[in-house]
Design a protein around this ligand. Structure first.
Ligand code: ADP
Ligand code: MG
Length: 582
């Protein structure tokens, strides 16, 4: 059932010499993507899409092959976030598709535009369940996990199928789309000119959605009545690329703001109105909270409970999805529209004599920020051997400050929680992390796409456990010679490396790894640079060298195996048995 180049006609859509030029499914899909400005594919080759990848490369597309579909999918997802164009992931049928589906579901949850294109087995056989090679009803399986799912059966429908997938991924709340392409479609032949005419260039894939004027006025009224207002910036705000207007809104209003993890750097973290280091105080004491592209989900304690204090609050929420309103608490002023339009409408509505919030409030936040920053400073400079998280991150913090255009990828438990609060960001969309699900395994996929899409150096700060989920992709990083520096925070295990088997049996505890593993040697195996670092100075030197040279590098940073805590800062989500058996 494999489809090879010999099954397909030699004529290409561009071949004008033949009287009856023909094209086929392969070329129509490639032409449809290119027509819509999509020039990169992340995937894993195999039946039935091996030749598709070859032909796409032959037609000038960048086709990046991974070792596992989940990482190709994560790369596509973050490419979508970074470019506002759907990232493309290409997989084989059934198992490859399922591997990619994890990333598609994660993209949908995070509102990243992405299209998972999978080859699939023949409908006639799949639907009669006659046991085809990699048989699976992929379209049905995909539906609950993505924003939209389409299947194309005829070559003349490829143009429309790709257009629908692009529009579904980008418009409104962005998300993941599944495009099912059965093996037979690729080899279907049609007249080249008719094929060309069947393609669709999507006009305005993410149309602006203007907020209603009365909703803008209502939001401004609520804001005017605030005594202790707070703005929360989410990754939707970072995605929207309304950077200058968002900064103007914060500065003109004089309202302190709190960036969610991936919104860090939308305004520099050392901005005088940043409440980042006074998060608890800001959430608890505020009386009016305006959310811009952030959701009141678990990451914000659902907008209630002791995190939010006892006084009733009023929420203003800017979001493109009307159903997001009232999802967790009542929203006093819903502002539905695209963030750029909403923020610019708010700016227009703030007249010249807009009063800044009371100095008592902004002063209290500032003071708390300064106290917390001062408290943290000596911890970041400690020289304990082995290093703790603070010492290692203190070193990386300085490097990111000196290289603000580098992209930081970050995952782990403690490695994530500490890095998020310790490493300041200075530019928008430079911090890529575990997102809405707090998922492990995004690391190397995100790092590859960040390097490919932006051409900037990438620093991936990884817990040793988190790294393991995608670690084999360092071969991909070396193969494409990408400017990625991976730092593995090696504390010998999940959360920490000191747990013991409670039964006293022969197996090690469930959360510990081989002691003193040398992840740096893995990188050397593929021709990259491996470094073993035990002090903040060694770490600093190695990262700077990697960033200057652009050579694929992995630094095994030895971290005290006692240093971590269970599940980092979300240990409360771990159910624990109340029954202890004697
Ligand atoms: P965070 O985790 O940073 O709080 P979320 O991913 O939870 O961010 O929330 C992002 C929100 O931004 C989603 O509710 C999404 O609908 C919204 N969003 C994404 N892009 C836009 C846009 N261009 N305009 C308006 N809202 C957007
Ligand atoms: Mg660990």
């Amino acid at each position: 059932m494999s489809t090879t180049a010999t099954d397909t006609p030699k004529q290409k859509s561009h071949d004008k010499s033949a009287t009856h030029a023909l094209t086929d499914g392969f070329h129509l899909i490639i032409d449809a993507l290119k027509l819509n400005g999509i020039n990169t594919i992340y995937g894993v080759p195999g039946i039935p899409i091996t030749d598709f990848g070859r032909l796409a490369q032959a037609e000038g597309m960048r086709v990046i092959s991974f070792r596992h579909e989940q990482h190709a999918g994560n790369a596509a997802a973050i490419a979508g976030y970074l470019t506002q164009k759907p990232g493309i992931c290409l997989t084989v049928s059934a198992p490859g598709f399922l591997n990619g589906l994890t990333a598609l579901a994660n993209a949908t949850t995070n509102c990243f535009p992405m299209i998972l294109i999978s080859g699939s087995s023949e409908r006639e056989i799949v639907d009669l369940q006659q046991g085809d090679y990699e048989e699976m009803d992929q379209l049905a399986v995909s539906r609950p996990h993505c924003k939209a799912a389409f299947r194309v059966l005829h070559a003349q429908d490829i143009g429309i199928g790709v257009a629908r997938a692009i529009r579904a991924a980008c418009s409104g709340r962005p998300g993941g789309v599944y495009l099912d392409l059965p093996a037979k479609l690729f080899g279907q032949v049609m007249d080249a000119e008719a094929g060309r005419r069947s393609l669709v260039k999507v006009v305005d894939p993410a149309p602006r959605q203007l907020p209603a004027p009365d909703a803008v006025a209502r939001a401004l009224d609520v804001l005017r009545g605030a005594r202790r207002p707070l703005i929360i910036l989410g990754k939707g705000a970072a995605y929207a690329r309304a950077d200058e207007d968002i900064r103007a809104l914060v500065e003109k209003s004089g309202i302190p703001y709190l960036p969610m993890s991936m919104a860090k750097g939308l305004l520099p973290d050392d901005h005088p109105l940043s409440a980042g280091a006074a998060r608890s105080l800001a959430l608890k004491e505020s009386d009016v909270v305006m959310m811009i592209g952030a959701r009141l989900n678990w990451l914000l304690s659902h907008g209630r409970g002791k995190t939010w204090g006892t006084e009733p609050k009023k929420f203003i929420q800017i979001d493109i999805d009307p159903e997001e309103m009232d999802s967790n608490v009542g929203i006093a002023a819903p502002l539905v529209g695209d963030i750029a339009s909403c923020v610019s409408a708010l700016l227009d509505g703030m007249d010249g004599n807009w009063a800044a919030p009371p100095a008592e409030w902004t002063g209290a936040i500032r003071e708390k920020v300064e106290t917390n920053v001062a408290k943290m400073a000596p911890k970041l400079r400690n020289n304990n051997i082995p290093m703790d998280f603070h010492a290692a991150l203190g070193a990386l913090r300085t490097i990111v400050k000196e290289r603000p255009d580098a992209i930081l990828v970050n995952e782990g438990a403690n490695t994530l929680d500490f890095a998020r609060s310790i490493i300041d960001m200075y530019q928008p969309r430079k911090r890529l992390d575990v997102g809405t699900w707090g998922v492990m395994g995004i690391g190397m996929g995100f790092a590859v796409a960040a390097a490919i899409e932006t051409g900037k150096p990438v620093l991936a700060v990884e817990g040793d456990s988190a790294f393991g989920f995608s670690g084999m992709e360092i071969e991909t990083i070396c193969r494409y010679n990408l400017p990625v520096c991976v730092v593995v925070f090696n504390n010998n295990g999940i959360y920490r490396g000191t747990d013991v088997n409670p039964s006293g049996g022969r197996d090690v505890a469930t959360t510990v790894f081989v002691k003193d593993s040398r992840y740096d040697k893995m990188m050397e195996a593929f021709g990259g640079v491996g470094v073993y670092a035990t002090t903040p100075d060694e770490l600093t030197r190695a990262v700077n060298e990697a960033m200057d040279s652009g050579k694929p590098t992995l630094i095994n940073a030895v971290i005290d195996e006692n240093a971590g805590t269970e599940s980092g800062r979300i240990g409360n989500l771990n159910p624990q048995s109340a029954v202890s058996k004697k």
